[in-house]
Write a protein that binds this ligand. Structure first.
Ligand code: HEM
Length: 112
């Protein structure tokens, strides 16, 4: 544990050069995308449409809530956050998420 949701929002928005937008984060998270793997069109595929609740991996394995409101362990470990943003953005979007997108998503998740 080396960081916090707020510190990550600040770092990513500084890198992006713009303030985080929770609205844009919500839109990205909830949208159905076509650039990634066909079986993972959305963040909600695994994290559910309510990230204060749990979700499940493709294998059926339960995933704890992604929102720090419901799960204080979220967004407290930089390496873990970067590892999973990398993996999941590529599965869903077929590319990395930008610093702006990461800031937006975390800003939305902390607002829930
Ligand atoms: C963990 C974001 C889509 C499965 C994470 C974490 C982030 C994240 C930031 C780590 C958070 C932390 O603990 O600090 C996203 C975003 C997605 C997305 C933005 C959409 C672009 C998916 C999809 C799957 C998935 C489609 C399933 C194929 C997982 C799993 C973990 C995880 C298994 C790690 C286990 C856990 O921490 O409970 N995700 N995710 N995610 N995500 Fe996603």
């Amino acid at each position: 544990q080396d960081t916090s949701p707020q510190a990550l929002i600040e770092q990513y928005s500084a890198a992006a050069g713009a303030a985080a937008s929770p609205e844009n984060g919500q839109a990205l998270f909830m949208a159905t995308h076509s650039g990634g793997k066909p079986d993972t069109p959305s963040c909600t595929t695994c994290h559910s449409a309510d990230p204060t609740k749990g979700g499940q991996a493709r294998t059926g394995k339960p995933i704890d809530p992604l929102s720090p409101t419901a799960n204080p362990e979220r967004f407290t470990d930089t390496k873990f956050v970067e590892k999973w943003f990398g993996r999941n953005c590529n599965s869903v979007l077929g590319r990395d998420c930008s610093a702006q997108e990461k800031a937006d998503i975390i800003a939305w998740l902390v607002s829930l």
